[in-house]
Write a protein that binds this ligand. Structure first.
Ligand SMILES: [Zn+2]
Length: 226
């Protein structure tokens, strides 16, 4: 058996022996259904597991993961398979979550490919179309930050894609309705992989601010691009 699979089985055995056996009441309760109060929309990236990052228990968060933690706009119709929109609908209309967190992260390969001129998507069957959701963000960065360092442009792109996602969430009528009646609250969080810091988007100041952790070097040099 391959080492990577053996590691997973060993991990599951460890889960059975410790977490599962130590939380038998919780799992007995979960048998009757899930009632998560939070939906997290996160990247598929193997380095940013939302449940691990937030030390959540099973049943705490409903999770949608996709390349670059994107939210497509509301596009009803039967001609396509809307995986993200279907999960969003289930979370908001059936589970009635009270919070939606879009969780972005630093070093996001999906977002950074936008700024990499060497990236050739001509042979892509799905990625190119999916990442085209970020085209407005790329254009803004190209317009307002053409000469900024690559790292600043990447971070701007990652943060602005979160803001774009929050805007796209509001194109879903039942999301907008729940937000306006204050039954649902939207959040944009950004996890910095090497600093271990979590930032949150402040809608009033239109800035990302440290939510938990320390980052004295953080600057907002891309503000103009918002
Ligand atoms: Zn990512």
């Amino acid at each position: 058996m391959e080492e990577c699979i053996r590691k997973l089985l060993h991990g599951f055995h460890n889960f059975q022996e410790t977490y599962f056996s130590g939380n038998s009441e919780l799992f007995a309760q979960l048998h009757h259904g899930q009632h998560p109060r939070v939906l997290v929309i996160a990247c598929s990236d193997s380095r940013v597991d939302p449940a691990l990052l937030t030390s959540c228990d099973p049943g705490d968060i409903f999770v949608i993961r996709n390349v670059a933690n994107l939210v497509p706009p509301y596009e009803p119709g039967t001609g396509h398979f809307h995986g993200v929109s279907a999960a969003l609908e289930y979370a908001v209309r059936v589970l009635k979550v009270e919070h939606i967190i879009i969780l972005g992260h630093s070093d996001c390969g999906g977002v950074r490919t936008l700024l990499d001129p060497g990236m050739d998507f001509s042979g892509s069957e799905f990625l190119k179309t999916w990442l085209s959701l970020l085209e407005p963000v790329r254009k803004k960065v190209e317009t307002y930050l053409p000469d900024a360092p690559h790292s600043t442009r990447c971070r701007a792109c990652e943060e602005m894609s979160l803001v774009q996602g929050l805007k796209n969430l509001l194109t879903f009528p039942w999301v907008r309705e729940a937000v306006e009646s204050r039954q649902l609250f939207l959040h944009g969080w950004y996890f910095h992989l090497t600093r271990g810091v979590l930032y949150s988007y402040n809608r009033s100041t239109r800035e990302f601010q440290v939510l938990t952790g320390h980052d004295q070097d953080y600057n907002h040099s891309w503000e103009v691009a918002k």
